[in-house]
Design a binder for this molecule. Structure first.
Ligand code: ADE
Ligand code: ZN
Length: 354
């Protein structure tokens, strides 16, 4: 068989699948904008804002990206965010991410941001919103890049602090109604179960926001169940530990609840020892609405294409499996049916011509 020709029934060669993945239109649904701060930009912003970093060089900083678990990463990630001071800093970081995403053929990205990481340091929440939204709006106007903003609460802080953040943000809602459509929950999972945020999520639901939460990354399957039953989320961020509970797996498959899986993140944070042991293909085979995403790409070694390639190669995924993941990524977006249909049409046209 000609290895350059791929069809649904034929296994793709490594090279053919690689170029298929590289050119495939994508969506990104699990991306922390603070996790896109590349060391070069971190140093540039440190210099611009007269901040001394505890590293002498970009190389020394990158060498410190050797994590043993989620917390060891978060400690560095929150420290790195200190260089973000002005609206321009947030704009530049977001614009740099969009450029990378577009190079990876990302058409639409629903971006997490953590205001508490910044307001705790005296940065106003309006500065954070303005910088991120400014870059997303410019990219929409110039390139048709689709974006949304998901404001996330830090779960190592209290629910009262989450309520405070919501109160600070709500006066901005009208100004950002074209972008800000969701609420998320992130940071240290273990010891901070979903029920801690039940009241604030109920308020956000009543306000009409889409809801998501990190669950089942390091935490047990019970946290996934809690996110669904107590927080009423529409998607689970990560969710890979759901596999430990067969009844939960059945429910996720039956209800088509999307999991925003982040393969390179899971490897870097030692959620899996080896990419060949990643359960993404098993979750997919079990009928779950699995998507691929990059989480904190500046820290974990790759953006969207790299994440697709890493699992496709390690798990010897077929072209059809890759396409299923990409379709899931469109279905799971917080977009209307017409917008989803436009993205799906482009994907199907790409698939039929490549
Ligand atoms: N992978 C992750 N898990 C939880 N919180 C995060 N914040 C940024 N990245 C995160
Ligand atoms: Zn995440």
């Amino acid at each position: 068989m000609n290895p350059a020709v791929s069809s649904d029934s034929a296994p793709s060669t490594g090279t053919a699948l690689r170029s298929f993945i590289e050119g495939m239109p994508k969506t990104e649904l699990h991306l922390h904008i603070e996790g896109t701060l590349e060391p070069e930009l971190m140093f540039a912003l440190a210099q611009r804002n007269n901040i001394k970093l505890p590293y002498d060089s970009v190389e020394a900083l990158r060498a410190a990206y050797d994590f043993s678990d989620l917390q060891s990463f978060l400690d560095l990630y929150y420290a790195g965010a200190n260089v973000l001071q002005t609206e321009q800093d947030f704009y530049d970081m977001t614009a740099a991410y969009i450029k990378r995403a577009q190079a990876d053929q990302v058409r639409h990205a629903e971006i997490f941001f953590d205001p508490q990481t910044h307001t705790e340091r005296g940065i106003s929440i309006a500065t954070v919103f303005a910088g991120i939204a400014g870059a997303l709006r410019d990219a929409r106007r110039t390139d048709g890049f689709g974006g949304a903003m998901i404001m996330s609460f830090l779960r190592h802080l209290s629910e009262e602090e989450a309520f405070d953040t919501l109160e600070q943000a709500l006066p901005l809602r009208d100004q950002y109604q074209d972008l800000w459509n969701g609420i998320g929950l992130d940071s240290s999972e273990r010891g901070n179960p979903p029920e801690k945020f039940q009241r604030v999520f109920a308020r956000c639901k009543a306000l009409g926001f889409h809801l998501v939460a990190h669950a089942g990354e390091e935490g047990p399957p019970e946290y996934v169940i809690g996110a669904l039953d107590l927080l009423h989320v529409e998607r689970i961020d990560h969710g890979v530990r759901s596999e430990e509970d067969p009844a939960l797996m059945q429910r996720l498959a039956q209800q088509r609840i999307p999991l925003t899986v982040c393969p390179l993140s899971n490897l870097k944070l030692c959620v899996v020892k080896d990419m060949a042991q990643h359960n993404l293909a098993r979750l997919l085979d079990a009928g779950l609405a699995v998507t691929v995403n990059s989480d904190d790409p500046a820290y974990f070694g790759g953006y969207m294409t790299a994440n697709y390639l890493a699992v496709a190669e390690a798990l010897t995924m077929s072209r059809e499996q890759v396409l299923t993941v990409a379709r899931n990524g469109i279905e799971a977006c917080f977009l209307n049916d017409e917008e989803k249909a436009t993205l799906m049409l482009e994907l199907e046209q790409y698939a039929s011509t490549h």
